[in-house]
Design a protein. Sequence first.
Length: 171
Amino acid sequence: MKNEFFQSVQSDNTQHTSNCFGDVTRFLFLPIIFSVVIAAGLLSSCVARPMEHEAVASPTPRETSLDLRPFVEMAQNASCSDVKNRLYVINDRLVFWTSVGNCDDAGYAHILYGTTPQEKLCFLVDSFVGPQASCQPELDVIFQTILDNLDQPDLGLGDAHRVMLTDLLAP
């Protein structure tokens, strides 16, 4: 009888310890796991999309009506563009090409086009006689803004303009 009582108490304690450990585990680890999941969700939402007030260049102009093939061909055949070679579509009616290279002459070119490469509206290029520049008067302000903001995804044009960086050029 005495052995039965001790066996009963011992099995109850083992069972209680097991359940208690399970409760402690749930008590300690579930909030930690829950916190990690919440933090990961918050971080991914912050990283995955830009702040609403920031204008960001879209990586691919899938929605443009412009034929970019002549621009891409021109940029791919550029002789001095080993540092930077980018095409942007602005408001679906302008194309901005910026190229920079390690060359003794013509080390950079920043050109604003209309709908075709033949329609050169503004440019700032390096040449053997120094920088050469020209711009249509009505586009002078926008072109200067672009030149001042070459490192910005929206070229400094802000929300008033739709700027799309093409991914059609090899890096």
